[in-house]
Ligand binder design. Structure first.
Ligand code: ADP
Ligand code: MG
Length: 428
């Protein structure tokens, strides 16, 4: 029997200015088998939504092949339904009418449409709200309508694009729990689920397998099997072990690429926005008791009231600046990190400035350009254009914004927002 879904060597590019192309997905391979929930875990911008749109047949790849039950996907597939981050419901239609829409398009007899829609509404816990309008529902209930609208189609594959990420913590957890219970109780009229998320714990809670996706271009790196019985306990050691393992895999690969770029003096390293304050905060927490310079990443995420995923970029920035190392799920201050913790503000600025020129090729590059110019000034576009040769426009903007906040803190160079101009106050 063939897989529900196969994605083979898929490539997706988007056109950008000057006849160039942005490579968003490259050599993506994956499959979904009957009875599986597979998670695709990756950061914002990795290409997760792009991948799901290809699977749903809403867009075409520039290379490779996608098949649904062995047959090539050329357009929207009736057996595949999608749930988005937030359900775009028609405000002038009731819950029942919103759920019935997809079936009406198929031209089924009215009584069947109605009974299937009522069953889907009942299943997803919206019994009694059939005649309510979207504006009368909470965000969580509207999202349930989104699920009902997908399930009513009795698809073989349910695709979910960060379906819980727009909901508050409790609402999200309730909906996850209900969905897993329905799935395990074989109450859902579907054969397999593919879920995109950037939330590691969510993936470990729900999935049989998780595919880790790297960015720029998006690729499926490794796969982690999650062989834990349900119901899964977030606080159990086995659960935490899997979260740790995924965390380590995701960080290790990024850091390895970062180190390569550093070694090669490559300025085109995309930086997530992390402020010097966030970096100082984490360094101080790590230096203090009970950690004394070393902590388990999920532990300190919890302590700092950060989601594990929110800690990623901060931990990464600290590694880039060589203020900390991450090894085997632990984050550990380097000698320089410890010195930073023990220093006053002026010394901290100096340490930061030195770390920038030594370890961040882009910062060193901007400083060099400013040093060499008689005016000691250069417009933002000078560097933005350079970065955009290697990354998407939004990534280039974010990278530059990050560098600006680091340079301001360390006084390596300054930046005037209104004039969009880099300059030096103290040229060497
Ligand atoms: P994710 O869902 O993982 O956050 P997306 O698939 O939405 O990522 O986007 C991946 C990359 O593709 C981003 O850099 C985004 O800017 C780019 N992208 C997505 N859709 C388009 C489009 N229609 N045109 C141009 N670029 C796009
Ligand atoms: Mg997305």
């Amino acid at each position: 029997m063939s897989n529900l879904l196969d994605v083979i060597n898929v490539k997706r590019t988007f056109p950008r200015g000057g006849g160039e192309e942005l490579l968003v997905l490259d050599e993506v391979n994956l499959s979904l088998k009957d009875g599986e929930i597979v998670g695709i875990l990756g950061r914002s911008g990795a290409g997760k939504s792009t991948l799901l749109r290809l699977i749903a047949g809403l867009a075409r790849p520039q290379g490779g092949q996608l098949t649904y039950m062995g047959a090539p996907i050329h357009g929207p597939v009736p057996g595949v339904a999608m749930v988005f981050q937030s359900a775009a419901l028609f405000p002038w239609l009731t819950v029942l009418e919103n759920v019935q829409l997809g079936l009406e398009a198929q031209g089924l007899p009215s009584p069947e449409i109605r009974s299937r829609a009522l069953a889907a509404i009942d299943l997803i816990g919206l019994d009694g709200y059939e005649s309510a309008y979207p504006r009368e529902l909470s965000g969580g209930m509207r999202q349930r309508v989104g699920f009902a609208r997908a399930l009513v189609m009795h698809p073989n594959i349910l695709l979910m694009d960060e379906p819980f990420s727009a909901l508050d913590v409790l609402t999200a957890e309730n909906l996850r729990t209900d969905l897993i219970e329905l799935w395990l109780g074989k109450k859902l009229p579907i054969k397999g689920i593919m879920m995109v998320t950037h939330n590691i714990e969510e993936a470990v809670l729900m999935c049989d397998r998780v595919l880790l996706m790297s960015s720029n271009p998006g690729k499926v790196g490794s796969e982690v099997l999650i062989d834990l019985p349900h119901p899964r306990e977030r606080t159990s050691p086995a659960f935490e072990d899997v979260v740790d393992k995924i965390y380590v895999e995701m960080t290790a690969r990024r850091v390895e690429r970062m180190r390569q770029a550093q070694g090669a003096g490559n300025i085109a390293m995309a930086l997530s926005h992390v402020s010097p304050n966030q970096i100082s905060g984490l360094i101080e927490a790590l230096a203090a008791q009970p950690y004394d310079g070393k902590a388990d990443l999920p532990d300190i995420a919890y302590e700092q009231e950060l989601e594990v995923d929110e800690l990623f970029p901060v931990a990464e920035a600290m590694q880039l600046l060589r203020l900390a190392d991450v090894e085997g799920g632990d984050i550990k201050l380097t000698h320089m990190g410890k010195r930073f913790a023990d220093s006053d503000l002026n010394e901290r600025k100096e340490i930061f400035s030195r770390a920038l020129t030594t370890h961040v090729p882009l910062a060193a590059h901007i400083r060099r350009v400013l040093d060499e110019r008689a005016s000691h000034a250069a417009p933002k576009t000078r560097f933005l254009d350079e970065l955009e040769d290697h990354m998407a426009e939004d990534a280039a903007e974010e990278t530059l914004k990050t560098i600006v906040s680091w340079a301001r803190f360390s006084e390596l160079f300054s930046y005037d927002d209104d004039a969009a101009l880099f300059s030096l106050e103290n040229p060497t």
